[in-house]
Ligand binder design. Structure first.
Ligand code: PLP
Length: 389
């Protein structure tokens, strides 16, 4: 095997100053080898030939896999262009990645600060952390409210922009306050993608994300990752992955890597359309509470523009009643009624149907896809008209 494991440096070094499109299409590609494919296919292997002393990277498929190595390099190059010593680990899902950080870094007696308005599985995680004797504090993302409950915490968990409310906090400010108190900081970077926000450059210790959403963008893969700079902390995250075995299959890892080549094309198209859609929806009288961090007068816009390069493809808003929201979703033709977000095909859902988020009954989370924005706007406005009382 000519390619060695680990995440130090990539084969075909793309200058860190290269544009996002260049970095996305070349991310994680190995050194060119005559007659080999530019992106090697998935390596399906539970074990590898390993005579003698068990040294070297690839021994057993739960620990390492060459297809992961390429993907981990790719994500690392996007999360921290030119960043020395950044290590990235891929997981079976975003939740596997999140759990690996929380459960590897926290011990009984520690305190952790979570967002009160974060991803809907966080309350389940909270219950499990508490069962293990960890104190869990929560505060909203907006207004940097997590600052008020930081004293004595071992880990601060940030989700910015938050899902589904799209609030934003000042990551640099929270990191500074947390580090001054000796706490580690993890940022859930799912909604922004590494082309929208780079938490490690804002000072965070871990950038953690679900790759299921816009990073891979086709609604056909579950994936998660953790990127971090602290070798010791990352070693314990790696150990956790080995213990729980929450590993990505080689096919999923390869599909994810292939999808990252179009990340810049997708985010630029989808995010620009999200702004167009938000501007069209805000003019409608039945739409309230419209949020999109890219809207110049959104409450999150000022901080978002100081720490984000792109504002995501998710728009949220509220229709007057649950019935109206259901009729609106039914009337849409170009937008699937489905959960998740970030895919090339637009999706929307009435978020309250899950019961986990503190949102009004008529709250809609809309994920803007890669359709032509004029078609999307027409479909959304028609569905609003048709669903009127
Ligand atoms: C979807 C999501 C997750 C969980 O990711 P999975 O890949 O579904 O496990 C975590 N955080 C955020 C913000 C998400 O949107």
């Amino acid at each position: 095997m000519s390619d060695s494991a680990g995440n130090e440096g990539s084969g075909t070094a793309v200058p860190p100053a290269a544009g996002d499109g260049t970095r996305a299409v070349r991310a994680g590609l190995p050194e060119p080898v005559k007659h080999e494919p530019t992106l090697p296919g998935p390596v399906f292997a539970a074990h590898f030939h390993l005579p003698g002393e068990p040294t070297g990277p690839y021994a057993y498929g739960r620990d390492e896999n060459p297809t992961w190595t390429h993907l981990e390099r790719a994500i690392g190059e996007l999360e921290a262009p030119g960043g020395e010593g950044v290590e990235t680990l891929v997981f079976a899902s975003g939740m596997a990645a999140i759990s690996s950080v929380l459960f590897s870094q926290l011990r009984a007696g520690d305190a952790v600060v979570l967002p009160s308005d974060g991803y809907q599985a966080l309350p389940l995680v909270r219950a499990q952390l508490e069962a293990y004797g960890i104190e869990v504090r929560t505060a909203p993302t907006g207004g940097d409210a997590q600052l008020d409950v930081l004293d004595g915490a071992r880990l601060l968990w940030i989700e910015s922009p938050s899902n589904p409310g799209l609030d934003v906090c000042d990551i640099r400010r929270l990191v500074e306050a947390a580090h001054a108190r000796g706490a580690l900081v993890a940022v859930d970077n799912t909604l922004a993608t590494p082309l929208g926000q780079r938490p490690l450059e804002l000072g965070a210790d871990f950038s953690v994300a679900s790759g299921t959403k816009q990073l891979t963008g086709h609604g056909d893969v579950l994936l998660g990752y953790v990127a971090g700079r602290d070798a010791e902390a990352m070693a314990s995250v790696r150990r956790w992955r080995k213990i729980v075995g929450a590993i990505s299959g080689p096919m999923e890892a390869w599909l994810a890597h292939r999808s990252i080549a179009t990340l810049q094309l997708r985010v630029d198209q989808q995010n620009a359309s999200a702004l167009t859609v938000a501007q069209a929806l805000r003019r409608r009288p039945e739409v309230s509470g419209l949020r999109y961090p890219g809207l110049p007068d959104d409450p999150a816009h000022k901080i978002a523009s100081e720490q984000m390069q792109r504002f995501g493809c998710v728009v949220s808003f509220t229709l007057p009643t649950r019935a109206r929201a259901d009729r609106f979703l039914d009337a849409l033709r170009l937008v699937d009624d489905a959960t998740s977000f970030g895919g090339v095909r637009s999706t929307a859902e009435r978020r309250g149907r899950w019961g986990g988020d503190a949102v009004p009954e008529g709250f809609i989370r809309l994920s803007v896809g890669a359709e032509d924005p004029a078609d999307l706007v027409a479909d959304l406005l028609r569905a609003l008209d048709e669903s009127a009382d």
